[in-house]
Design a protein around this ligand. Structure first.
Ligand code: AHR
Length: 667
């Protein structure tokens, strides 16, 4: 019996020791390691997956200017006649007059011979339908030209079930035969995600029409013909440190003729020349023949967006190289001048005053205050000696005039291998501001590489911009990739590594940002939308937590008395303090499915506060995901725990990401 009791006592003692041996972190809030850059976590914006046209740019009419390759794409001529466009002597035709209007040469010509009501018209399908909301005002506009005022336009919104859910009638009455803009508004009486727009023509006479447009009135900040408020709000909620725009591969273009040229995206919308979007034909398995760039979201709007959401603008410009996955077309070295001039002019546009040409352009566009541009990307995912040769010329010319603008430079499409191994040291030798690293890999890679930056030299002038990353549940460019919990968890783990090494990594952004559920080419993406709603992925929640609680300085953290790294007993962690909010912020990822009892010893505080705030993201199912129908399967849950004793003791769930915030100024 005595022996039995001794045995029990031994097991109990062992259990106790085992519990005491559970992982323990030690954090010292007064041992500051490095500053966390205010730009640490940001946004990558590209018009991919109908992110801009058909997405955040709130225009509902597709191919409003008849400039798509097929001029009537998105439109139907609605007439009972089998010969489209002809009805009892009336006709509707497309006219092309490039010599008169080089940026927008096509328009619709309507010649009416008193057709019956609702018997001749046009109908626009929108971007995979039009999202219409009950009770909301819609603003219709059209450019027209006529000699007589005899044509009535009957405008209707029609639901997917064929009901008229909004209607108005207008008589264009200017007969100067000059192009005029006509605007009218009406209110929708039903909600439908897949409505369409009909315009019926009534009367007798001829009229030309162009730029047929419909916007909801509930745009971001109520700006006329502006951006979708729900989508911008998602960005604002992230409190991003920067916004990189306009991409991505669309900066480079399939060939140089369709590269992104910022100057062509300014000014009156009817003069912004539309070009094809390279994502139109890039993905053979997800072709999007109706994907074009109208530049309604142009550079002025990008800068304005950056300002609105409190993010530093980070424009990326073409460096004289088309996408090397496509044509790889090069501007010869002695013909780089227009590319470099574009970059110089952009800086002047953003920062110049009224004495400068481009500063004046910005002021005339309504923004007298400079945008305070501090960084500029030269090239996206370009590689090889051809890139370096071009970059050297750019760098010399840009830095001669703007030595304080930090240049963001490409390390190619992959974070290792020969392209990277050539570019990374070369760029560092050139002392560029940032090297832009891209990661599209499986979750295992993200967990395994959370220590990537532990071995980077913290003292070098050149800092890292992790410009594009996303964990791929299947593999890069697989259409089967899902934004599941495993991918988000692996990114959260990887981000502890970036945060711990905030002296090395000063900017990071998930990519791509937006995807339309019916119009995507690439997956996974941070935010999915349909025509009415936007949905946060688990990955979005992770990004938002990091960005909202980025802190100002990293502080020392030990795991079992050794420098914290990554994946120690399946845990990943980082610690920052925020000198403004006077908080210690700890982030802990548990990669294993087992719950863990964690004890965190905090040094450098006169007193532990009575409570700490917890934000938890967890799910026992790594495949779990949010959908537009069930957007809250994975969401951040916030609560408060009471603290007693010397340490912060808490249980963290299996497959979890926990953020712990506690006040450092408790008295
Ligand atoms: O994010 C999607 C694409 O991935 C970007 O356009 C490009 O830079 C990268 O290859």
């Amino acid at each position: 019996m005595k022996q039995f009791i001794q045995l029990i006592a031994f097991f109990l003692a062992f259990e106790c020791i085992a519990q005491k041996q559970e992982p323990t972190f030690k954090v010292n809030v007064s041992q500051v390691e490095s500053e966390v850059s205010p730009t640490m976590w940001g946004i990558f914006f590209e018009d991919i997956n109908m992110g801009a046209d058909g997405g955040i740019y709130a225009e509902l009419v597709k191919n409003r200017s008849f400039e798509f390759f097929k001029p009537l794409m998105g439109w139907k001529i609605t007439s009972p006649n089998t010969l489209q466009g002809f009805y009892l002597g009336s006709e509707i035709t497309i006219v092309n007059q490039p010599e008169k209007a080089s940026t927008n040469p096509r328009y619709l010509h309507v010649n009416l011979k008193n057709p019956n009501p609702q018997s001749l018209g046009i109908s626009n399908e929108g971007f995979r339908g039009m999202g219409i909301k009950k009770g909301l005002r819609y603003d219709f506009s059209v450019f027209y030209r006529q000699k007589t005022a005899h044509t009535v336009l009957v405008i209707e919104l029609v639901s997917s079930s064929g009901q008229i859910i909004g209607q108005t009638k207008i008589l264009p009455n200017d007969t100067s035969n000059e192009w005029r803009k006509l605007e009218t508004s009406f209110t929708a009486n039903e909600t439908d995600a897949k409505a369409k727009l009909n315009i019926w023509f009534e009367g007798n006479g001829e009229i030309d029409l162009d730029m047929i447009s419909l916007f909801p009135s509930d745009t971001w900040k109520g700006r006329k013909e502006g951006l979708r408020a729900d989508m911008v709000q998602m960005l604002a909620d992230m409190k991003p440190g920067f916004i990189r725009f306009p991409g991505g591969c669309i900066v480079e273009g399939h060939d140089l003729s369709v590269r992104y040229q910022w100057k062509k995206t300014l000014g009156p919308i009817e003069n912004r020349k539309l070009i094809v979007n390279r994502w139109n034909y890039e993905m053979a398995h997800r072709l999007a023949p109706d994907y074009f760039q109208t530049f309604g979201l142009g550079f002025m709007e990008y800068f304005q967006l950056a300002e609105d959401i409190g993010a530093e603008p980070l424009p990326i410009l073409n460096c004289g190289m088309a996408c090397q996955f496509n044509s790889g077309e090069l501007a010869p070295l002695n013909q780089l001048e227009p590319y470099i001039q574009d970059a110089l002019d952009l800086i002047e546009f953003a920062n110049g005053d009224s004495t400068t040409f481009w500063g004046k352009v910005r002021i005339n566009l309504g923004h007298s205050k400079p945008f305070n541009l501090k960084m500029l990307g030269v090239g996206n995912e370009n590689w090889g000696t051809q890139y370096i040769e071009r970059l050297e010329i750019f760098k010399e010319k840009l830095q001669a005039i703007y030595p304080n603008i930090k240049l963001v430079c490409s390390t190619g499409p992959l974070p290792n291998g020969p392209l990277f191994d050539y570019l990374n040291p070369t760029l560092r030798k050139m002392e560029v501001g940032f090297v832009d690293e891209h990661f599209y890999s499986r979750p295992e890679w993200f967990f395994a590489n959370a220590k990537r930056y532990d071995s980077y030299d913290k003292k070098t002038k050149t800092k890292v911009f992790a410009g594009e990353y996303a964990s791929q549940s299947v593999g890069m460019v697989s259409p089967e990739n899902k934004n599941n919990w495993l991918t988000a968890l692996s990114e959260a783990a990887f981000m502890t590594g970036m945060e711990r090494n905030a002296g090395v990594v000063q900017m990071a952004s998930y990519a791509p940002l937006f995807a339309h559920i019916d119009g995507w080419q690439w997956t996974p993406n941070l935010i999915w939308v349909d025509n009415l709603k936007s949905m946060a992925t688990p990955n979005y929640h992770v990004q938002k937590i990091y960005s909202n609680y980025k802190g100002t300085h990293t502080v020392s953290m030990l795991y079992k008395d050794k420098q914290v790294s990554a994946g120690q007993d399946s845990l990943f962690a980082s610690a920052v303090i925020d000198k403004n909010s006077q908080e210690l912020i700890l982030k802990i990822v548990n990669q294993s499915k087992e719950k863990r009892q964690i004890s965190i010893q905090i040094e450098g505080l006169s007193k532990l506060p009575k409570a700490a705030n917890l934000i938890k993201l967890e799910n026992e199912n790594l495949e779990a995901l949010n959908t537009l129908e069930r957007p809250n399967e994975i969401q951040a849950i916030e609560n408060t725990i009471t603290l007693s004793g010397k340490n912060v003791d808490l249980a963290i769930g299996g497959y979890s990401f926990t953020t712990i915030r506690l006040k450092t100024n408790a008295k």
